[in-house]
Design a protein around this ligand. Structure first.
Ligand SMILES: [Zn+2]
Length: 262
């Protein structure tokens, strides 16, 4: 299960997460029931979803990303972190941001503070990109939680108001918001690197896959339905650069995409 046979790979990632988390909570209760204590809600899941390795993987990553922000956000910004919830779905789902379908791709809805993930999207990531897709999945989750962090910080609301009052800047503003979420994902990745869970080659492979799939998904998005991610995310190069910026420093201060010249 290694990532090209180098580093610990995502298999080791999982094992470590299990070892590090299992003493704090019962992982297998996370995803049972409609809304589990740790915020994973499964919408019309297959009956055995709790045993689905993919659902387990998503839950582990979500926990790890949120635990990282729970420490980092108060320390670096004086803001308390509030846990986002995760909604797994297939085909379509109603969110506070409107109806989403699988073609929408993963998204974060600031109105209900939930991350919506279509498991079919992850299947596609995996089948098209093989092992690196597993880091790509982790990256997608970290990126969406990055949007949640932006909401906690008031950045998301501010950008929405700026977009409304200055429509000609709407797209560039959205790009900066997206790139910052990539950078926040990098900040999380730094913590996994420090814990020797992943190495640089994992990150690079995963980032390439995520960027490629992201662009591809954008073109497939349906119009007229909720698609908060339908604006431009920036080029793959920009996305990688900002992810790297968060990864190199491990600090939120490296993620001021709004101040940076592009
Ligand atoms: Zn995004």
């Amino acid at each position: 299960m290694g990532m090209g046979g180098r580093g610990m790979g995502i298999g080791g990632f999982l094992v470590l997460l299990v070892l590090s988390l299992v003493f704090h909570r019962n992982l297998f209760t996370l995803i049972s029931g409609d809304v589990a204590s740790d915020g994973v809600a499964a919408s019309a899941p297959p009956s055995d979803s709790a045993q689905d390795p993919q659902v387990q993987f998503v839950s582990f990553v979500l926990d790890d990303v949120q635990a990282t922000w729970q420490n980092l956000l108060p320390a670096e910004s004086g803001t308390q972190y509030r846990h986002a919830k995760l909604v797994l779905f297939r085909d379509w789902i109603d969110s506070a941001c409107g109806q989403a379908e699988s073609a929408t791709g993963p998204f974060y809805c600031p109105d209900d503070e939930k991350v919506y993930l279509d498991l079919g999207f992850f299947n596609e990531l995996k089948s098209r990109f093989g092992a690196p897709g597993e880091f790509a999945q982790a990256y997608v989750i970290a990126h969406e939680i990055g949007h949640h962090v932006q909401k906690m910080l008031g950045i998301e609301g501010k950008v929405q108001r700026m977009r409304a009052s200055n429509p000609s800047q709407a797209n560039p503003l959205s790009v900066r918001l997206e790139l910052q979420a990539d950078c926040f994902a990098g900040v999380w990745a730094k913590s996994t690197e420090q814990r020797k869970i992943i190495d640089q080659s994992d990150v690079e492979a995963g980032m390439r896959a995520a960027a490629a799939v992201g662009d591809d998904r954008l073109q497939k998005m349906a119009t007229g339905r909720v698609s908060p991610e339908s604006f431009t995310h920036g080029s793959s190069r920009e996305r990688t650069q900002w992810f790297q910026s968060g990864l190199n420093s491990g600090r939120m201060s490296a993620c001021d995409t709004f101040a940076a010249a592009r």
